[in-house]
Design a protein around this ligand. Structure first.
Ligand code: ATP
Ligand code: MG
Length: 280
């Protein structure tokens, strides 16, 4: 197996207004792994994804495919990680759908033939070939979401980071998206409240609560740990874990097991004196 694609160590981030969004996040993703990022509203999922390409920068470290994220590497990293934003309006700015999807390859300096074939293939992938000449801002939300995914696919990144990709899609669009994510060869990180999508697409589910990673599970284990998805309950569960309680959460597992249980390193961190439920 090659070099790990994502290595995040003790990442902390506070927004300028004082809102502490990440409180010491560490995780690794291997090449080709598909990882779901789940957790309540405000848990820190979008903030974390924005850190992967340096749109936001916190303390701690982010390493992408062997490159430490810093001012010198940020451009290269952005060509390797395709981030699909939670709001497609943040991603689409060109006069036509085709221009938006061709924008990435164009700025990679590729030959015209290659730009066109990549843009066409990416639009076909998301079922939007017939929309190439439309104005992005006149599309429906679901159509915009699909085009936003195409703008990233056309760059052929090694890692795809998608923020709520199924939100706003109709049932057929959602089914197509799931099929697409399943067949893509890239390493995938997908932040989503759509637990069924996570179960169908991902090998692993990282659960965030109040700016921390509180569990690293197999997607099929999510239903039995549903409490972690509610901010008040997650705080209680994690506090209980820090005190050695919460027998339902991996109590029989051995330290060092990460998947399928609350990680013991999380226990140590929570037990180290910071209440997961505190607010900044
Ligand atoms: N621009 C901002 N300025 C200040 N605080 C912010 C900003 N964006 C997010 N936050 C705060 O940071 C925390 C994490 O937000 P984030 O958007 O990362 O959560 P999330 O897990 O993606 O939530 P959701 O499921 O609603 O998308 C929240 O407390 C949120 O209020
Ligand atoms: Mg979000």
């Amino acid at each position: 197996m090659g070099q790990e694609h994502v290595v995040v160590e003790n990442l902390r981030f506070t927004y300028p207004d004082g809102q502490q969004a990440l409180r010491g996040v560490s995780f690794r993703v291997a090449p080709g792994e598909k990882v779901g990022l789940v957790g309540h509203n405000g848990a820190g999922k979008s903030t974390l994804l924005l850190q992967l390409i340096g749109i936001l920068r916190g303390q701690g470290s982010v390493r992408i495919a062997g490159l430490d994220l810093d001012d010198r590497t940020v451009r290269r990293i952005r060509s390797q990680v395709g981030l699909v934003f939670q709001d497609p309006n943040d991603q689409l700015f060109s006069p036509t759908v085709f221009d938006d999807v061709a924008f990435g390859p164009l700025h990679m300096g590729l030959p015209v033939d290659e730009i066109v074939s990549r843009a066409e293939a990416a639009l076909a992938c998301v079922g939007m070939s017939d929309y190439a000449d439309r104005m992005p801002h006149h599309l429906s939300l679901g159509e915009k979401k699909r085009v936003a995914i195409a703008t990233v696919l056309s760059m052929d990144p090694i890692i795809l980071a998608l923020d709520e990709p199924s939100a706003g899609l109709d049932p057929q669009g959602r089914r197509d998206l799931i099929a697409l994510l399943r067949r893509l060869p890239q390493t995938i990180l997908v932040a989503s409240h759509d637990l069924d999508l996570v179960r169908q697409v991902c090998d692993r589910a990282i659960v965030m609560a109040v700016g921390r990673i509180v569990a690293d599970l197999l997607p099929d284990e999510l239903p039995e740990h549903e409490a972690l998805l509610y901010p008040q309950d997650a705080s209680r569960e994690v506090s209980a874990l820090a005190q050695g309680a919460a027998p339902s959460l991996g109590a029989t597992r051995q330290p060092g097991h990460v998947r399928g249980s609350i990680s013991y390193s999380t226990r140590a961190k929570v037990g180290g004196g910071t209440d997961v439920g505190e607010t900044a």
